[in-house]
Design a protein around this ligand. Sequence first.
Ligand code: V07
Length: 258
Amino acid sequence: MINKKKLWKTTDNHNAEDRIETIKKEPVPEHVAIIMDGNGRWAKKRALPRIAGHHEGMKTVKRITKLANKLGVKVLTLYAFSTENWKRPKHEVDFLMKLPEEFLGTFLPELIEENVQVQMMGEQSQIPKHTLSAVEKAMEKTRDNDGLILNFALNYGSRAEILTAVKNIIRDAKNDILLEENLNEELFSRYLMTKHLKDPDLLIRTSGEIRLSNFMLWQLAYTEFWFTDVNWPDFKENHLLEAIEAFQRRSRRFGGLS
Ligand code: V07
């Protein structure tokens, strides 16, 4: 007797592989940034505590990282914790700050195996020591990897990032390290936390909110945006493929015009 479930799954995987191959024939966005929203909403719909949503969202991070790597995406920037998130209840913040350790505890060997390089951007001074050490260890262990850069925005806020850049520019100008006449957009970018990364080509935000919430305001100036109502824990491989296919359609149209 034919196992229907297995047959479905096999057919499904086969189609997914074909879809990935088709996508790889056209330019794939080199830098994808994601605002991973809707973890609390996902939990509420199921009458679960918010932290259950965050934990489920962490599983999505693993799946999407693997697929991005497979697609040949060069940088995946994920908004894991904003400077605003400290306003949440203490137990929720404490739980969130344990997620990097849990994530890396189970997933770091695979990241190393898959040639992924872990990076982090954000204000480090307020991040608990146990969280920071785990992330630093992962960065250290993956520093020579030259595959996907998995860049976590942790305690990140874009306005603060821009202000710090301005202050450092003033400092360098006062010390004659920088001449005012040399300051342009390219040089300004080198004072941001993303100085070593190209700007995102594609921004994805889940869970139906259509705003930037203080995320990479400078860097997103020319980025294509893709919004979905899907909550982050429900964001599956096919959703990322859909976003990238939409990106490629827009690129084709733009290409036709120029
Ligand atoms: C967090 C899971 C994803 C949805 C958004 C909120 C909750 C992975 C990390 C992480 C961060 C740094 C690192 C390795 C993993 C993470 C926080 C929250 C604070 F090096 N998921 N995830 N960090 N969520």
